[in-house]
Design a protein around this ligand. Structure first.
Ligand code: ITT
Length: 197
């Protein structure tokens, strides 16, 4: 069975991928500890490519990377590709976002997820993007998920990501949507005959 390394140090993402990848004939592995990849891109797609390539080269395995974040209309698209660097912890990131949004009448936002798959030589073989529109709540709601989940209400659902089960978030969320586009291509790449090594 081919090995696919999840090129992410974010435990929340890794949990979601473990669930999303369950039915594929792949041995899914975590990224080696201590491996840090610089993210210098200006887009989610560029950063996803950088992470996939670096982790594939350093492990000699196929690698799946995710670069994602929250683009808030009232903040001109921030925190965007800087979503992880916005503050030091999930709680501090949420607090900063709510402070910057205080009194904002327009609370529209969009979660974006870019995925890239690199082969063991570091060549990017697959790329997709998924989006999920919604609004920023005035206060956190729910206990599930990770990151900004408690303050992001999914358009048309009346619920935050943190109030959804992992199956629901996988169905409507940015990562689940990106993965739905990737899955058939991954299936082809790792099909039993002529499978990628
Ligand atoms: P890796 O680069 O190691 O994967 P990271 O946390 O640094 O981990 P990113 O650079 O892609 O990842 O930053 C994305 C940030 O956006 C992440 O830290 C969360 O704060 C937020 N984020 C992404 N997807 C999210 C989701 O599904 N729910 C809540 N917050 C999310």
């Amino acid at each position: 069975m081919s090995v696919l390394v999840i090129a992410s140090g974010n435990a929340g993402k890794v949990r979601e991928f473990a669930h999303l990848l369950e039915s594929l004939p792949l041995e899914v592995r975590a990224m080696p500890e201590g491996l840090e990849v610089e993210e210098t891109g200006h887009t989610f797609a560029e950063n996803a490519r950088q992470k996939a390539t670096a982790v594939a080269r350093s492990t000699g395995c196929w690698a799946l990377a995710d670069d994602s974040g929250l683009a808030v209309d009232a903040l001109g698209g921030a925190p965007g590709v800087h979503s992880a660097r916005y503050a030091d912890s999930d709680a501090a990131r949420i607090e900063r976002l709510l402070t910057e949004m205080e009194g904002a009448p327009e609370r529209g936002a969009c979660f974006v997820c870019a995925l890239a798959v690199a082969d063991p030589d570091g060549v990017v073989r697959l790329e997709v993007e998924g989006r999920c529109p919604g609004t920023i709540l005035e206060a956190p709601r729910g206990t599930g998920g990770f990151g900004y989940d408690p303050v992001f209400e999914v358009a048309g659902s009346g619920r935050s990501f943190a109030e959804m089960t992992k199956e629901e978030k996988a169905r409507v969320g940015h990562r689940g949507r990106a993965f739905a586009a990737l899955e058939p291509q991954l299936g082809e790449l790792f099909a039993p005959e002529g499978a990628a090594g």
